[in-house]
Design a protein around this ligand. Structure first.
Ligand code: NAP
Ligand code: MG
Length: 479
């Protein structure tokens, strides 16, 4: 029997009294169980919130330098654990080892940014003739609930947790059920870094059970969630009932526009990277490609050749470019969407489910002749599948791009500055890229979506810290 991953509550490693567990399967080798996680009960969320509430009374009084020191220690341990953590992520999620290492690097880069930025994170003092001084004070909120998805189990969790801790909040963290192993490994790093008991708590279990219990607990002061739009809407309505603030990073259907003056090789590179990296399972991946009609043929020829060269297999093998999708549910959703696109009349340029039956593998798949009425144009698939449309003019391409309930990220490839500026002005997405793929990000810039792709303050940048504080306007007059 493999290990059972324990919950981390109030500084203790606990087995769930209910004794229910679920298997963590390696998606590259169907039936290989990596370990078991606990299907915890709502009562364990209550215990974790009890611990986080008690710990908050002390943690909020810690000088910011001390919080910075502890987060710095966590980051040092994270860097040290990079290879071990990357293997766990690769095994439980299916992304390649290179992609998993890059994810840890991204968590380190963003964590370091927030750790430095907190020093400068203070309101401006203003002199005024009616009072001597006025300034803005920031206060932590209290216990914060963090719910993360399986596709970037390290990076997304750190992007929420570290700013929350730096600003003086305590945490109850519920990881995705596909990736409990890396979550528990990170909980161990928080313990090892020396955070006081109860400041960081981790409870595994089903979203419908412990996730629900977390958002329903009236002592939670904020929820930071990354996941699907459907679950995000449920969280928003539950949180709204208690006036709890939410930061929701949700789904996407990101488009890349390729103009006829673009560097075609650069555009194809970007499509391969953003379309098929992590088997297309990242929120800012490219899933729609809009081609100006006169270069469509040349572009698609290059793209098909690159797709056929992508080596699929065990993500731990360094010769492999693309691993499996994350599990049976993902495999079913993606293959169903592929079948639907074929029925709807889109043409498959390359792709389909891969021949290897040992794991949940899907070949890089490209559909051409896609029209806006097809499901593949509008629905998020979250897999290595691209929908390609052709257009004649830039306004047409912008209309196609904005024709979506989502508004997370987008990109344009062009050498023409006027095209680029018109795109930046007109696009309805939280991230806009000119000659850079749709998944590119740096910690100094806000990371969040418009429309049904996001709600509340974005992560990263200054707003990544701002989400986790209450403001107090202080007016001061000497006696
Ligand atoms: P998901 O099904 O919405 O799950 C996300 C998290 O919510 C998981 O931890 C899940 O737990 C939990 N959950 C499910 N039902 C819940 C409920 N009723 N109450 C509270 N929590 C609940 O999403 P996913 O499949 O893990 O991730 C893929 C989605 O995430 C895609 O739509 C993708 O676009 C989006 N995403 C967005 C961003 C962004 O920054 N915008 C980044 C990454 C991913 P279980 O695992 O136990 O179900
Ligand atoms: Mg798994």
């Amino acid at each position: 029997m493999q290990d059972i991953l324990k919950n981390y509550i109030d500084g203790q490693w606990l087995l769930s009294p209910g004794g229910k567990t679920f298997a963590n399967e390696n998606p590259a080798r169907k039936g290989e169980i990596l370990n078991y996680a606990q299907a915890s009960e709502p009562e364990e969320i209550t215990l974790a919130v009890d611990a986080a509430s008690a710990a908050f009374l002390n943690w909020k009084t810690f000088p910011v330098e001390e919080r910075q020191r502890l987060v710095g220690e966590f980051l040092r341990l994270l860097a040290q654990a990079k290879d071990e953590l990357a293997v766990a992520v690769s095994k439980e999620n299916g992304k390649t080892l290179t992609e998993a290492r890059a994810e840890v690097d991204s968590a380190l880069l963003e964590g370091g940014y927030h750790q430095r930025q907190i020093s400068a994170f203070a309101g401006n003092a203003v002199r005024n003739d009616k009072c001597s001084l006025a300034w803005e004070d920031y206060h932590p909120l209290g216990v914060v609930g963090i719910i993360s998805p399986w596709n970037y189990p390290v990076n997304v969790m750190c992007r929420k947790t570290l700013p929350a801790l730096l600003t003086g909040n305590t945490i109850v963290f519920k990881p995705a059920s596909f990736t409990p192993w890396s979550a528990v490994m990170m909980a161990r790093l928080f313990e090892k870094a020396g955070f006081p008991a109860g400041v960081f708590n981790c409870v595994t279990g089903m979203g419908s059970s412990v996730g629900n219990a977390l958002i329903a607990d009236s002592r939670i002061k904020a929820i930071s969630f990354t996941g699907s739009t459907a679950v995000g809407k449920k969280i928003l309505s539950a949180a709204g009932a208690n006036l709890v603030r939410t930061q929701l990073e949700l789904g996407g259907k990101n488009a890349m526009i390729v103009m006829n003056d673009a560097d075609l090789d650069g555009a194809v590179d970007a499509t391969v990277k953003a379309g098929f990296g992590c088997a297309g399972q990242w929120c800012t991946s490219t899933s729609r490609v809009l081609l100006q009609r006169d270069i469509a043929g040349a572009y698609l020829e290059k793209l098909a050749e690159r797709c056929r060269a992508i080596r699929i297999g065990d993500p731990l093998d360094s010769a492999v470019d693309m691993g499996p999708v994350a599990g049976p549910g993902q495999f079913k959703t993606i293959t169903t969407a592929i079948e639907r696109a074929q029925r709807d009349g889109a043409q498959m340029l390359c792709g389909d489910a891969a021949a290897q039956s040992g794991g949940y593998f899907i070949k890089p798949t490209v559909f051409t002749g896609v029209t806006p009425d097809m499901a593949i144009f509008s629905e998020e698939i979250f897999g290595p599948v691209l929908a390609v449309c052709e257009f004649d003019t830039l306004p047409e391409a912008l209309d196609l791009t904005n024709n979506s309930v989502y508004g997370l990220s987008s990109a344009i490839f062009t050498r023409d500055l006027t095209n680029a500026q018109r795109y930046i002005d007109a696009i309805d997405t939280g991230m806009a890229h000119v000659n850079i793929h749709s998944g590119f990000k740096i910690p100094e810039m806000p990371f969040g979506g418009w429309k049904e792709s996001g709600f509340g303050l974005p992560e990263n940048s200054r707003s990544g810290l701002e989400f986790f504080v209450n403001r107090k306007a202080v007016y001061w007059k000497g006696i």
